[in-house]
Design a protein around this ligand. Structure first.
Ligand code: AMP
Length: 312
């Protein structure tokens, strides 16, 4: 079927949150966060993404403006009775690990992600970190996607593992961090954990790939042809808040894929470098701040430096 011109090139369904974050370098209170926020802001430098999520009556117009300023389509951002999802996290000097201080699902408890006809026809879909039952619900509505990505977090591995395994069978690209990969498979060794996860992924996943994120140490990409690609993290002098790095990675990656519409293994590698570049910007300031006002030149310059770092 021919796509209508105002179609959605990239759809993300995920959380939009108020985050309270503490790191050794400072803190932020009730700042805009959530998987769909980081994802869409990072992707907005490549295509015009659409967000499907829910917020409460306390959601601020200043935060809505952050999406609109980046031309993100928020027609699917529902406003429900109650409070916006909120999450609190604290990091020690090892910024690779964090403790969740609180998590209030609030309006997410009753959220039903209803997709509009335009959303249903999106080519590239990303199921950001939300309840796996909701992710399944989205998958039932989409029509003819070219690529479906999935992310999750330890909270859902611990509370909705069965539903998560069901979603995993239906997606092409699974992005997970190393501790979660270990937790999901009960395997310490990442090669064995990757084998376990690829075994769970269905036929779509066998054609797709698995990305294990390793914080500042970069990522491992397990390809459909069983080859492995490794990318380091971009070395930074000043990391102040790692929150959202994974979602920004996925947003940059899927934004680039939706823009280039090339699903070759080589282009997936480039998309990973773009994703890692967007994540490197994200962690340089608290919350979504750094992702709100990047210049195309900033991104191109850092990508070039990234290429020089890994090319030999
Ligand atoms: P990341 O640092 O990439 O893992 O993403 C952190 C973001 O995920 C924060 O902005 C949180 O608001 C959001 N988040 C944390 N826990 C959950 C959860 N259980 N469901 C949905 N979003 C969450």
């Amino acid at each position: 079927m021919r796509k209508i011109s105002n179609g959605v090139p990239l759809l993300v369904v995920g959380s939009v949150a108020f985050d309270s974050i503490k790191t050794p370098f400072g803190k932020a209170n009730k700042t805009l966060g959530g998987s769909a926020s980081y994802f869409s802001l990072a992707a907005s430098y490549f295509v015009r993404p659409a967000v499907v999520a829910v917020v409460g009556e306390d959601f601020r117009s200043a935060d809505e403006k952050k999406f609109l300023d980046r031309k993100i389509n928020i027609q699917g951002l529902q406003k429900a009775k109650g409070k916006t999802f909120s999450w609190g996290g604290e990091y020690s000097f090892d910024l690779n690990s964090r403790v969740t201080k609180f998590l209030h699902l609030n309006v997410f408890e009753k959220f039903n992600p209803l997709l509009s006809p335009n959303h249903k026809n999106a080519d590239y879909i990303f199921l950001g970190n939300i309840a796996p039952k909701l992710q399944l619900n989205v998958l039932k509505q989409i029509k003819n996607p070219k690529l479906i990505g999935l992310d999750t977090i330890d909270f859902w591995i611990n509370t909705q593992k069965k539903a998560l395994l069901q979603v995993l069978k239906l997606v092409n690209v699974f992005v997970i961090n190393e501790e979660e990969a270990r937790e999901l498979t009960k395997e310490h060794n990442l090669l064995k954990a990757a084998k376990g996860i690829k075994g769970i992924m269905g036929i779509m996943g066998k054609k797709g790939l698995l990305i294990i994120k390793r914080g500042e140490y970069g990522l491992l990409m397990f390809n459909r042809d069983s080859s492995i690609f490794h990318l380091p993290g971009f070395p930074l002098e000043d990391v102040v808040d790692p929150t959202g790095a994974g979602d920004s990675f996925a947003g940059g990656m899927f934004g680039y894929l939706a823009k280039t519409r090339d699903l070759s293994t080589n282009n997936f590698k480039k998309a990973c470098a773009v994703g890692s570049t967007m994540a490197s910007f994200c962690v340089e300031d608290f919350g979504t701040k750094r992702l709100e006002s990047l210049k195309a030149g900033d991104i191109a310059k850092r990508l070039k430096a990234f290429k020089n770092l890994t090319d030999f």
